[in-house]
Design a protein around this ligand. Structure first.
Ligand code: F6P
Length: 359
């Protein structure tokens, strides 16, 4: 049986609203123009992801097109606490659409986890006359936004950006597609040398708690085995492969390992395999932060732009504590408390497909 589609889940929750996010300047009705909103802030938080700049650009330009002032907060929540703010005009976000990283920089802030830290952040927002905030990041960033919104009543809207693609309620997060292509390009190259030497490569990809990047890159590269935190059964597949599927010097193997796999990462797994199969020629390659960099793909740029415009539209519609998502290619709004508390499930069909390709 096919797993329940995301859209069906969304219907069940009924709190997630399909939104028409065209945000055409001319169509904004006059009553909404007399909004309470005057100035918004935008910032990036957590691990950077390709396409964050495209989202900053879209938020800034959509806001200005709607007669809002825009402030950029540098260095995530830490910059909010310290008042590291810069005004953003439409021209300030020129030439960044195609750039990886984030022009606003990013951080993971321990101070923001304390109530004193959040109070300082609130005072800084107040002093700068900021009425609402767009946060571009992952679940940690949205948890912070939810808490701050509950404590101080500041409206926050989130745009999901993480190469892990692990947010509940959205099929897609900004940066995932670019990272996926980076992994595929790297593994294709590793395959060349693996095949030439008849070696088994354990390739570790990012994803501390999520295996989606590993799973899809593994399928795209024809990996013999894929190890992800969400499925222990895959270790049996590895055993089978090592036992009969691999004949030294005659063939090669690519095992994709998500960094969060419970067996302890590619190094540890490779060590164990070497002990058990001393005849095999085993190598490890950890792709690391190369996966977070680079120019965003066209899809990441387009979706970041759509989501940025949708975030401004949501704020103009008086929405608060929601994440903009994409479900079945349509823009949706997902309450923060669902987006951060529920897990993004892995499509187990993909594991089945991968096994079928290597039966
Ligand atoms: O959340 C994105 C991510 O790249 C994960 O895949 C990874 O586990 C983590 O960030 C690494 O974070 P840092 O760069 O802070 O070590």
């Amino acid at each position: 049986m096919l797993p329940m589609s995301l859209l069906q889940e969304i219907d069940l929750f009924n709190e997630i609203t399909m939104m028409n996010m065209t945000a055409k300047k001319n169509e904004i009705d006059d009553s909404r123009k007399k909004q309470k909103l005057n100035k918004i802030a935008v910032f990036t938080s957590g691990g950077d992801a390709p396409g964050m700049n495209a989202a900053i650009r879209a938020v800034t330009r959509a806001a200005i097109a709607n007669k809002l002032k825009v402030t950029g907060i540098r260095r995530g929540y830490q910059g909010m606490i310290e008042g590291d703010f810069i005004p953003l005009k439409a021209s300030d976000v020129s030439g960044i659409l195609q750039l990886g990283g984030t022009m606003l920089k990013t951080a993971r802030s321990d101070e923001f986890r304390t109530s004193q830290g959040r109070e300082k952040a609130y005072q800084q927002l107040r002093n700068a006359d900021i009425d609402a905030v767009v946060v571009i990041g992952g679940d940690g960033s949205f948890t912070g936004a939810l808490v701050m919104s509950q404590e101080y009543g500041i409206p926050f809207v989130g745009i999901p950006a993480t190469i892990d693609n692990d947010m509940y309620g959205t099929d897609y997060t900004i940066g995932y597609e670019t990272a996926l292509n980076t992994v595929v390009e790297a593994v294709d190259k590793i395959r060349d040398t693996a095949r030439s030497h008849g070696r088994i490569f354990f390739v570790e990809v990012m994803g501390r708690e999520a295996g989606l990047l590993a799973l899809n890159s593994g399928i795209a590269c024809g990996a013999e085995v894929i190890l992800i935190p969400e499925s222990k059964e895959q270790h049996e597949e590895l055993k089978k492969f090592l036992k009969k599927g691999y004949k030294r010097k005659e063939t090669s193997g690519i095992i994709i390992v998500a960094e969060g796999d419970e067996a302890g990462g590619a190094m540890k797994i490779a060590e164990d395999v070497r002990k058990e199969h001393p005849d095999l020629d085993v190598r490890v390659s950890i792709l690391g932060h190369i996966q977070r960099g680079g120019s965003p793909t066209a899809k990441d740029r387009v979706n970041a732009t759509r989501m940025g415009v949708a975030a401004i539209d949501a704020l103009l519609d008086d929405q608060n504590s929601i994440m903009i998502g994409l479900a079945n290619a349509k823009i949706v709004a997902v309450p923060f408390n669902k987006a951060v508390k529920l897990n993004h499930s892995i499509d187990t069909d993909l594991l089945e497909i991968q096994r079928l390709m290597n039966f």
